[in-house]
Design a protein around this ligand. Structure first.
Ligand code: MCA
Ligand code: AMP
Length: 495
């Protein structure tokens, strides 16, 4: 079961070092925050949120740029016992309207620049409060919280209350041991935090990992390879999606010397190519540790810290996680054979928000969650992911759903039908390509289609290329053969 938000906060708080005056977070803008700053700042924000007298279980939706105050807001929401709903800063109004309409948050926090349209959407959806928070510490949220007390009693919650749409603190403790986080008494670890904080990777794996170990974080407002290089000599742990490793390898300044103090490089969220894995070993002498997880399950497998880290695999199931590979009928396949990956464990989520039918569909009768990933397990227990049965593109670690894009494109004037497929890309690993069939007699302009997508959707979702075709290849059942389109357009995307 998911641990309650406030309980999770207790676990994180217990790990704070005894000396609260030491540095907890150092930003790339040179600001230093002590553990006491975190303790007091989160108390003030939690007191302020509680002063709003929100109903039990209220959601607080947050679409703000990365900052330490945004981190404190997350921790304050845990402390106060509400439900944190982080939203990608790339979302535009149609996407925000969907999430706000669906989650019905009592409070929305956004940037001052977006306040106009976000507050209109939010108030229409019944939200009671909209506050602003900017990455330069301005905005109405901090102004209001400045008057709140810096002493706060952590809210009392049941163990199975929803905390953040997803998570457990148990998974964080497993990873602390598995990745051999060094306690402050052992000299401590320092994490370079370079990921967005609206996803499980940056929010739970990275932040919880550091906090539950009492470790300092070097907090980068955004990923910039040269900034990472600058901080590597002061750090010991780095976490990234494969694109971050690819971009760091493009820097001549990435050397054995600059990574000499590093203890661990971890990769996840998307497949790490063997080329990247080997190039990293050659350049730095470090072997990247690849692990596999999902928002629904947090971390599932990991290469070992001390044993062999096998490139191209995602390692072994973590303690407490049962992982099996099954065929189309749900029967376990023999070792080494490819099938659907299913998982079970205390880290698996309780279900999709207000979608009991979808939740039921995604679990087997014996309680395994269907990941939608396709893979195999070798004789040593190492898991390799070979593909996905779900129609999903993972681009630079962000999920892009072809169905969302196809439905948008199909509604454009003059479009008969469309297909969006993922093809390999040297920087993002995989990117979308849109194939569009016009209605009879209509001339479609591919660039105009992409421009219209860009005007409405988060830009990372927009296919990097669009081609107008006379028709789409179909099999005898009439189903579009996306595999043929993937092959046909594989080479044209490397731009
Ligand atoms: C930005 N763009 C992208 C992406 N990011 N396009 C495709 N895929 C992307 N990931 C678009 C921009 O909108 C822009 O378009 C153009 O590409 C160039 O942007 P660029 O400046 O290169 O991007 P950036 O700002 O440097 O961002 C790249 C990034 C970022 C740092 C790799 O995408 C990122 O932080 N990714 C990590 C995501 C993550 O944390 N995922 C974890 C979720 P235009 O010019 O048109 O505006 S998965 C998870 O949590 C599970 C549990 C797990 O296992 O970890
Ligand atoms: P998300 O839904 O954003 O949490 O993304 C979860 C998905 O990311 C998984 O179902 C996998 O398809 C993919 N993923 C995560 N880690 C890895 C990895 N190391 N290798 C390949 N795919 C991964």
């Amino acid at each position: 079961m998911p641990a309650a938000s406030a309980n999770l906060y207790h676990h994180l708080r217990q790990a704070f070092p005894a000396d609260l005056e030491t540095c907890a977070v150092e930003t790339d803008a040179g600001q230093l925050y002590s553990w006491r700053d975190l303790e007091r700042g989160t108390a003030m924000l939690a007191n302020f949120l509680q002063s709003l007298e929100l109903p039990e279980g209220s959601r607080i939706a947050v679409q703000v740029d990365k900052s330490v105050e945004a981190l404190m807001l997350y921790l304050a929401i845990l402390r106060a016992g509400y439900v944190f709903l982080p939203l990608n800063t790339a979302y535009q109004s149609a996407e925000m309207e969907y999430f706000i309409g669906n989650a019905e948050p009592a409070v929305v926090v956004c940037s001052t620049a977006n306040f106009g349209w976000v507050s209109t959407l939010a108030f229409q959806a019944g939200t009671r409060w909209v506050f602003t928070l900017n990455d330069d510490r301005t905005g109405s949220l901090l102004e209001r919280a400045a008057h709140a007390s810096d002493q706060h009693e952590v809210a009392v919650k049941q163990a199975d209350d929803v905390a953040v749409i997803i998570y457990t603190s148990g998974n964080a403790r497993v990873l602390k041991d598995y990745w051999a986080w060094r306690s402050p008494a052992e000299g401590g670890d320092v994490l370079i935090h370079a990921l967005p904080i609206f996803h499980v990777h940056g929010l739970f794996v990275a932040i919880h990992g550091a906090l539950i170990n009492g470790s300092k974080m070097i907090w980068l407002a955004r990923f910039e390879p040269k900034t990472v290089l600058r901080y590597l000599p002061q750090a010991s742990v780095f976490m990234g999606v494969p694109t971050l490793y690819v971009r760091l390898l493009n820097e001549p300044g990435l050397t054995q010397e600059v990574t000499r103090h590093m203890r661990l490089f971890i990769s996840g969220s998307a497949p790490l190519l063997m080329d990247t894995f080997k190039a990293w070993q050659r350049r730095t002498g470090h072997t990247i540790l690849e692990r596999y997880g999902m928002s629904e399950t947090i971390m599932l497998t990991s290469n070992p810290y001390l044993g062999e880290r096998q490139g191209g695999t995602v390692g072994l199931p973590l303690p407490g996680v049962s992982l099996r590979v099954v065929d189309g009928q749900g029967a376990a396949v023999p070792g080494g054979e490819i099938g659907d990956i299913q998982v079970k464990g205390p880290n698996v989520f309780a279900g999709y928000w207000r979608m009991p039918e979808k939740t039921a569909e995604e679990f087997t009768l014996d309680g395994f969650f269907k990941t939608g990933d396709v893979g195999k397990i070798d004789a040593q227990g190492y898991v390799t992911i070979v593909g996905r049965s779900k129609d999903l593109i993972i681009s630079g670690g962000y999920n892009v759903y072809p169905a969302e894009l196809e439905s948008f494109i199909n509604d454009l004037p003059g479009v008969q039908e469309s297909a969006v497929v993922g093809v390999p890309h040297p920087d993002f690993g995989e990117v979308g390509v849109a194939l569009v069939v016009p209605r009879q007699g209509v001339q479609l302009d591919a660039k105009h289609i992409l421009d219209q997508l860009k005007a409405t959707l988060a830009h990372y979702k927009v296919p990097k290329q669009c081609h107008v075709l006379a028709d789409l290849p179909r099999n005898t059942m009439g189903k579009v053969q996306k595999n043929l389109l993937r092959q046909q357009f594989a080479c044209s995307s490397n731009s």
